[in-house]
Design a protein around this ligand. Sequence first.
Ligand SMILES: *Cc1c(COP(=O)(O)O)cnc(C)c1O
Length: 222
Amino acid sequence: MGRIEENVKRLLSEIPSTVKVVAATKSRTLEEVEEALKAGIGICGENYLQEAEPKIRNCSVKCEWHYIGSLQKRKIRRIVELFDVIQTVDSVAHALEIDKWAMVIGKKVPVMFEVNIGEEPQKAGFLLKDVKRALFECSKLRNLVIVGLMTMGPLLSDVEEYRPYFAKMRKLYEEIAIEKIENVSMRYLSMGMSDSFRVAIEEGANMVRIGTAIFGPRNYKR
Ligand SMILES: *Cc1c(COP(=O)(O)O)cnc(C)c1O
């Protein structure tokens, strides 16, 4: 058994089956990605359009492709064409742009709202206080459907330090779910990465995004 296959099998045996595992495949070759998919991964997350495009086009194993990188207006059309889910909607303007191109292309795009839960100045995502208003504003858009929340969270050295951030996300997720906003259904709470997915799942994540723990170390961190 190859190293990637071994890692996937171990992770999937450890992670509850109610939690979806997204392989974060940035910087990985198509061969590595296919090995992970054959071992049982069903979703790939890509951060960069240029890198993702040939992988998506040439991948021989069927899977879902999620966009997990930062959005730029001029790339949204192609992202809408290529990806099954966009996890990183970080502004109403970007949601409008997705809706516009989804209409042109003729598809209804599942999206998630990215939350900057650590309120980090440099980081993309809605601030906690802005999420609900933005959801209401986007609930009228007909060519996308909001299926959940995603967060990166701050980069921390001790895994336990993640817990309060993940707990805040869970609370927000549940508050939104009971509001019954039109066109918004809280199905996915995407949080937790290689170093933090265990804590994230304990705090309610039902989707985790894992790179290093599947493929080994990368040349760049995020
Ligand atoms: C790279 C990346 C991950 C996975 O990070 P690892 O630490 O390698 O598991 C998860 N989410 C996003 C948005 C990423 O860019």
